[in-house]
Design a protein around this ligand. Structure first.
Ligand code: C2E
Ligand code: MG
Ligand code: MG
Length: 747
């Protein structure tokens, strides 16, 4: 053993002054060095050599173990040992090497640096051990002179420090990836605010003070900048939740938020940061966060990257909320729409059914003519005024909704005048832009009772009564009676005919509508659409018979036939050498309810030999809503088979946009209603744009349906939608016609 006295002036090594030495003893921020040796003298010599040494700005703290087993106990208790100076030969000739294995494998201490020391010069561990167990250095004790020991130790500590920094980096990245997913889950701004603050707290430390500031009151209507308020907060800011920025007084919090808002960017100072999350459809959000002195540079950088994710998350919730608003409310009158009306009615049905409430549909006579004659703006004002009068008439407990362009749904408890008196709201003429306009309405009413089918059925009955009122010119309103349902007899007959068509294998055929990528000038897919041609050649629209088949369950058999036929057709096209495009197949909710649905699909694929990657199942969001867990499971199974899944008719009448990121969809099909309303003036701020943005932020592909004009196609392309389907390119046609269409176009 030759451990000479410390020589001063080593690179990177300082020596402690006396007052610093006492600080070193306290143990805070020390590098822990474990000396493992069965020779007490080695311990003493090491203590002597290393006393008062500072490495990379921090003092050393020596721990001692005199055998491998003792070392194991020490390491299990202090997992932050930076360097282990390890004697190879102790209890046994390879006890040290064995301990290395324990350190790396059993204790899982991969960061600690190991310096092997051995007394016998001739004895060296196999190279494989040095490589395999990540040994920093191997020295004979004779080689480790005093100076050498310190340099070796310094190198080891430096590499330990780097490994720790890398690990911190890695944890930062893992944190970002993990939070990335969670940020997309919330569906309203307040829930999102909570999640954002939770992530910041995880990153910075549990009790950090932070405040999320966002739109105070949300109603989804574009172009209205609301006041900003504290939506969520932690630490000392918690008591400010709900306060608007204006109410915060001249506090550091308010100043910080104002700074973020003024520059529309992150602002950091020594003790805090204001993170600006962006402006989406006029809504802005920011997070103020107190930064503890201990926050490392890396933490700040991770915060900035987290903000990039939070920005996207914020954009998503704003889009979600806006879409939800448009899904449930009429922006003009701010009344609930049909979907929302039905939901609310269903909720209250059990109570209302027992207390004499009525449901009515009130339809304005010749509204579209009025609209054309006076201009749309006046038409809008009329509708707003009708809304006001109706609400005033029925009171705040009643439900009023706009169930169609010119029709209102009302559920209320009529007074003395009876149901018909509600039409009195049309008695006085309407004054619009100084014109006095007399208006009339017709109505159909029904008792609110608990019927199978609930609100939908009641609304259907009210509608039936309304159509009778419309046919019989003398009366302005009719009350539903069971006789009115006689009409449904026709439906029964239609259903019988459909059943025999299916069983005889006659009259049903599939037509295919191409889906185009205008950019690639290519047919990228087609959608299979069923047609029913009756014996005398009359074609019944699927819009008529599919709902009927769904109602009776016949849709399951029809769906089986459609799927198998589409698979067979793909194989025929392949044989004929057509391009290998994808085929979309519509699937009904009832099919998902079949316990062997996935197995049946797999069976048909195996039987026909079709490649599953050619198939894309189209389901509407309402299908996913029925039994989300079971549908999710089946979708995962279908995807495992290699099929793709699209959400059909997206954007209309859905009840949970959340399914978009919870279910494994590949594609969103924008409903044609939103394509129809596209104009160059509105395309920036319309539902189609929002859907495309949302889909892209979730990594989904988008197809627009019902594209009828070049202008629509251009606007859709501009907003980033790459695939189109619609009459502009082609109507649905049978398989043979599609084949010649593709060949004719040379696509
Ligand atoms: P969908 O799945 O949304 O299909 C698109 C519908 O839009 C088709 O109507 C198609 O002909 C029509 N369409 C395509 N381009 C345009 C356009 O540019 N303008 C307009 N105005 N319409 C366009 P179709 O064939 O009458 O089908 C109606 C619905 O019936 C389908 O809507 C789907 O929900 C259902 N359906 C059709 N075939 C099947 C089937 O095999 N199984 C099930 N379960 N449902 C089906
Ligand atoms: Mg479809
Ligand atoms: Mg569709």
């Amino acid at each position: 053993m030759d451990i000479s006295a410390p020589s001063r002036g080593e690179d990177l090594i300082d020596f402690l002054e006396d007052d610093e030495a006492s600080e070193a003893e306290s143990g805070a921020g020390n590098w822990k060095v474990l000396v493992v040796d069965d020779d007490a003298e080695v311990h003493q010599a090491t203590v002597f050599a290393l006393s008062e040494v500072i490495v990379c700005g921090r003092p050393l703290e020596l721990l001692h173990a005199f055998s491998a087993s003792e070392a194991r106990t020490v390491l299990a208790a202090s997992r932050d040992v930076a360097v282990i100076l390890l004697d190879v030969v102790m209890e046994r000739h390879d006890a040290g090497l064995d301990l290395v294995r324990v350190i790396r494998q059993e204790l899982g201490l991969s960061d600690a640096r190991i310096v092997l020391r051995t007394g016998q010069p001739g004895y060296a561990p196999e190279l494989s051990i040095i490589r395999e167990y990540d040994i920093n250095d191997y020295r004979t004790k004779a080689e480790l002179t005093h100076t050498r020991l310190i340099t070796t130790l310094t190198a080891a500590i430096r590499s330990y420090e780097q490994i720790c920094a890398l690990n911190e980096n890695r944890r930062g990245l893992e944190f970002l990836i993990e939070t990335g997913n969670q940020i997309f889950i919330p569906r309203d701004v307040c829930a999102f605010a909570e999640v954002a603050l939770r992530h910041l707290a995880t990153l910075i430390g549990g009790d950090v003070g932070a405040a999320f500031c966002g739109p105070a009151e949300w109603d989804g209507v574009p172009g209205e900048q609301e006041e900003l308020a504290i939506l969520a907060a932690t630490g000392s800011y918690r008591k400010m939740i709900g306060q608007s920025i204006g109410d915060l007084g001249d506090t550091p919090l308010r100043r910080s938020l104002r700074r973020g808002l003024a520059g529309r960017q992150h602002v950091f100072d020594a003790t805090s940061g204001c993170l600006y999350l962006g402006r989406v459809h006029g809504k802005e959000a920011m997070v103020h966060v107190d930064l503890p002195a201990s926050a490392s540079d890396l933490t700040r950088r991770v915060i900035e990257v987290l903000c990039v994710n939070l920005r996207v998350g914020f954009e998503n919730v704003v889009l979600f909320e806006r879409l939800n608003f448009f899904a449930y409310f009429d922006p003009l009158t701010r009344l609930p729409n049909r979907t929302r009306f039905l939901d609310r009615l269903d909720e209250r049905l059990p109570v209302l059914a027992r207390s004499g409430w009525k449901l009515g549909i009130i339809d304005i006579v010749r509204f579209s003519e009025l609209n054309d004659a006076l201009g749309h703006r006046s038409g809008d004002l009329l509708l707003v005024e009708v809304t006001r009068r109706l609400q005033a008439r029925v009171g705040p407990d009643a439900l009023v909704a706009r169930v169609a362009g010119d029709a209102f749904g009302v559920c209320w408890l009529p007074g003395e005048g009876g149901v018909g008196s509600i039409l009195d709201v049309f008695a006085a003429p309407f004054v619009v832009r100084s014109h006095s306009i007399p208006m009339r309405a017709r109505a159909g009413f029904v008792d609110v009772t608990a019927v199978p089918g609930g609100a939908v059925e009641l609304l259907k009955r009210a509608n039936l009564a309304l159509s009778h009122a419309k046919q019989e010119g003398d009366q302005h309103w009719r009350f539903f009676s069971i006789e009115m349902e006689a009409n449904t007899q026709n439906r029964v007959q239609l259903l019988n005919e459909l059943r025999s068509a299916l069983h005889l294998g006659e009259g049903l055929e599939l037509h295919y509508q191409p889906q185009i990528s205008p950019l690639r000038q290519q047919v990228v897919g087609c959608e299979a659409l069923i047609r029913w041609i009756k014996p005398h050649g009359q074609m019944v629209s699927p819009d008529v018979f599919i709902p009927l088949a769904e109602y009776t369950g016949l849709i399951v058999e029809i769906g089986d036939w459609v799927f198998a036929e589409a698979c067979r057709q793909i194989v025929r096209w392949d044989r004929d050498g057509l391009p290998r495009f994808r085929v979309g197949i519509n699937i009904s909710a009832a099919q998902f309810r079949e316990p062997d649905f996935v197995a049946k699909i797999a069976g048909v694929i195996a039987e026909t030999g079709v490649s599953p990657s050619r198939l894309e199942l189209e389901i509407t969001e309402s299908v996913a809503m029925e039994d989300p867990e079971s549908v999710a499971r089946q979708l995962h199974e279908l995807k495992a088979l290699g099929l793709r899944v699209a959400v059909d008719d997206f954007g209309c009448g859905f009840s949970s946009l959340g399914s978009l990121n919870r279910l494994p969809f590949d594609r969103v099909k924008i409903d044609r209603a939103f394509v129809r309303e596209l104009t160059p003036e509105t395309s920036q701020d319309c539902i189609a744009t929002m859907i495309v943005k949302l889909a892209r932020s979730l990594g989904l592909e988008v197809t627009a349906e019902g594209v009828e004009t070049e202008t629509q196609a251009r606007l859709l392309e501009e907003m980033g939608c790459k695939e189109m389907q619609g009459f502009l390119y082609s109507r649905p046609m049978n398989a043979v016609a599609l084949e010649s269409w593709i060949r004719g176009k040379g696509l």
